[in-house]
Design a protein around this ligand. Structure first.
Ligand SMILES: Cc1cc2nc3c(=O)[nH]c(=O)nc-3n(C[C@H](O)[C@H](O)[C@H](O)COP(=O)(O)OP(=O)(O)OC[C@H]3O[C@@H](n4cnc5c(N)ncnc54)[C@H](O)[C@@H]3O)c2cc1C
Length: 213
């Protein structure tokens, strides 16, 4: 595959940033098990959070190749920073960009792309990992709202996130067809954070439990 000149320049820019700014923090964030806030802010200032998002929502208007280039360069110096960034940029932001309504995109994408909010994605449950369709988290409609009940585990950015794309069953009898995605803000009633997991590696990428009741 041939990279364009812009993609080659992007790689050089991110590589130089990663070596100068991300690598020196790698040991500390791993030791202290803390989210790399400094690098996250700088990635936002460089316009590298909303890679696939159109510019009108404060994104970069680029694509998956650019996303892979950035992921490679960040991962080369700090897997934790890369995991935080990938979860925010891909699992949360790109998910909203692909699947949300216009109204949701207008509300959620700009602050996520500017790094004012941290994003995550919650799919895994204590009894639903690889077999994700066995998830139990329920979303029951009550008037104009859905009430979510259940627990998600191993959620990257869970302990620090502001906005989560959460998968829940709206119609369990329909199996995979009965699963929907919801955008949940950290201040929504009934949302709380559970345990933060202590890991052997990627310790600078906080992983936690989310509770919906
Ligand atoms: C650091 C970290 C960050 C994560 N971040 C997120 C996140 O942000 N959001 C989120 O939703 N989830 C997240 N996860 C969860 C991750 O997606 C799950 O761990 C993964 O789906 C596997 O599920 P499990 O851990 O329950 O393992 P299991 O499903 O129990 O699998 C255990 C082992 O059994 C194997 N196995 C399972 N089923 C079969 C089968 N039928 N045949 C053969 N082998 C099988 C698997 O390959 C694996 O080796 C994270 C996990 C980690 C470790």
């Amino acid at each position: 595959m041939e990279f364009t000149n812009e993609q080659k320049m992007l790689r050089e820019t991110v590589r130089s940033f990663a070596i100068k700014e991300v690598a020196p923090l790698a040991y500390e964030i791993d030791r202290d098990e803390r989210f790399p806030s400094e690098s996250f802010k700088k990635l936002a200032d460089m316009g590298l959070l909303g890679i696939t998002v159109p510019v009108e929502y404060d994104g970069a208007g680029a694509g998956y190749t650019e996303m892979c280039i950035i992921a490679e360069e960040l991962t080369a110096v700090c897997a934790s920073t890369s995991a935080c960034w990938c979860t925010h940029t891909d699992l949360c932001i790109d998910n909203i960009r692909r699947n949300a309504t216009e109204e949701q995109m207008k509300k959620y994408l700009p602050p996520l792309c500017r790094g004012e909010h941290i994003g995550g994605m919650a799919m895994t449950e204590p009894s639903a990992g690889s077999d994700v369709m066995s998830m139990r988290l329920r979303a029951d409609r009550k008037g104009d709202e859905y009430i979510l009940n259940g627990t998600k585990i191993f959620i990257t950015n869970g302990p620090v996130g502001d906005i989560f794309v959460v998968y829940a069953k709206t119609a369990p009898e329909k199996n995979a067809q009965g699963v929907s995605a919801f955008i949940v803000e950290k201040d929504f009633p009934g949302f709380s954070r559970g345990k933060k997991f202590e890991k052997m590696g990627w310790r600078g990428s906080p992983t936690g439990e989310l509770i919906f009741e």
